[in-house]
Design a protein around this ligand. Structure first.
Ligand SMILES: [Zn+2]
Length: 445
């Protein structure tokens, strides 16, 4: 593990250094074609002020445009627009950047979702600088990595919330509780990315509030706890957390732990669980249900040490630095375990077509579900009336869930499909976050 971490770290350190070193000649070139401030445009507002302020929306636009214009590895898409009219961006990164979803699906892909909560800005800063660093890294290892991997980045998942420094979006909705119902433009855009690109790994960057002395680590991470997550995918997700993201952050001098668990400061033993359940509408879990490897990464907002306390910019740099260090681990994970990841996600997505095994409406990998939350012998599908279907069709479509028209009106939504477990979660009358109460069908012949 130490060797892996060292190898990995030196590789990505090299990438970062190379890109920084590259900036000088590259800027010299772009400066001729670009406006006079073109050189500054390849640094985020956060970097330019050494952490004194978070990158503004206009700085982000300028930065992404400059990165996009300067090379062939990054392509920028607009995947939606918020209530207040701000664009939702997706950066596709590869060597060269993939032309579209069909190209990505064949390769191994990693999706970064950054700052779904607008008042948790550090993840977004880590994502923005990562886009640039991957775009310009010249070392062999990074080039090899990018020739076999697509990195997708939604750098600002909640632009209205970021502008207002609020957790929710402009309507006050928590986007990270909307990944089933898809009522927000932000969650709809992300669902479409999950459906179209089918990323093997989804990495979700957040921040959390400390509670001394039990909940104080620089970085916390957590995998999908939802019980519908396929075994192989669950195993890879735990591996990403415990063998890659956390060790990588620790190697950079950050303390780490598991999200949602308070621990005794003396013994390190768990004291109680305060968050991090198996709820299927949280992205970390939705991704697992959909057959992808998932990870939530959270950095601590508050300064706890003397030096950080007296220096806000320094504390901000720690928050972003902890995310960057854990992300290096995610890149190592993707590069080193490529075959195992693809095997796990491929098997999870094919398993639905066999239509076998229980579906869980509750519980978690550390919490036994109640008896009535286990569909031991699930129906073969759910019948929806024409009116019901009209209401939910756009959402089913965004989830990539297939429905079959029925004679006499309405549709049947069969479980025998790739997103099998998602069907009862969306349509069973007993599911906590169901879109509508479908009628369970026992004979789908
Ligand atoms: Zn959050």
């Amino acid at each position: 593990m130490v060797i892996r971490a060292r190898l990995g770290r030196s590789r990505w350190k090299t990438a970062a250094l190379t890109s920084a070193a590259l900036l000088v000649p590259l800027l010299a070139t772009t400066a001729q074609a670009a406006p006079r401030d073109g050189s500054a445009a390849l640094r985020t507002g956060f970097e330019r002020t050494h952490g004194q302020h978070w990158t503004t929306q206009s700085e982000e636009e300028e930065f992404l445009r400059a990165v996009d214009a300067a090379g062939r590895r990054v392509t920028l898409d607009t995947i939606g627009r918020t209530e207040q009219g701000r664009p939702l961006r997706l950066a596709r990164i590869g060597a060269p950047s993939p032309e579209g979803p069909a190209k990505v699906r064949r390769g191994n892909s990693l999706l970064l979702i950054c700052s779904q909560h607008g008042n948790e800005p550090a993840g977004r800063e880590a994502c923005l600088s990562t886009i640039r660093d991957l775009a310009f890294a010249e070392d062999r290892a990074t080039q090899r990595f990018l020739s076999a991997t697509t990195v997708l980045v939604v750098p600002t998942a909640n632009p209205d919330g970021r502008a207002a420094d609020t957790r929710g979006n402009a309507d006050g909705v928590d986007i990270n509780r909307d990944h089933l119902a898809l009522e927000t433009a932000e969650a709809r855009a992300m669902a479409a990315v999950l459906r179209d690109y089918r990323p093997d790994t989804v990495y979700d960057l957040h921040e959390y509030g400390a509670h001394e002395p039990y909940y104080v680590k620089d970085l916390l991470s957590l995998w999908p706890r939802n019980l519908n997550t396929a075994k192989g995918v669950h195993k890879e997700s735990v591996t990403l957390s415990e063998k890659y993201a956390r060790p990588s952050a620790e190697d950079s001098g950050h303390t780490t732990g598991i999200y949602g668990i308070w621990t005794d400061p003396q013994t390190g033993e768990p004291v109680k669980q305060v968050a991090g359940d198996g709820q299927e509408r949280i992205l970390r879990n939705t991704v697992g249900v959909k057959g992808g490897v998932g990870l939530l990464a959270e950095t601590r907002i508050e300064p706890l040490t003397g030096a950080d306390k007296g220096d806000e910019a320094r504390n901000n740099r720690r928050r972003v630095g902890a995310h960057l260090a854990a992300l290096e681990g995610a890149f190592d994970f993707t590069g080193e375990r490529r075959a195992r990841i693809e095997k796990a996600t491929g098997a999870a997505r094919r398993a639905g077509f066999a239509d076998r095994g229980p579906v869980y409406l509750g519980g978690a990998d550390n919490e036994r579900p109640a008896e009535e939350q286990v569909l031991d012998d699930p129906p073969c599908g759910y019948r929806l009336t024409g009116d019901q279907f009209e209401d939910v069709e756009p959402v089913l479509d965004l989830h990539g869930v297939r429905a079959e028209p029925r004679r006499g009106g309405g549709v049947l939504v069969p479980l025998r499909q790739s997103q099998r477990a998602l069907v009862p979660l969306l349509l069973d009358p007993r599911a906590e976050f169901a879109l509508t109460a479908g009628a369970p069908v026992r004979d789908c012949g």
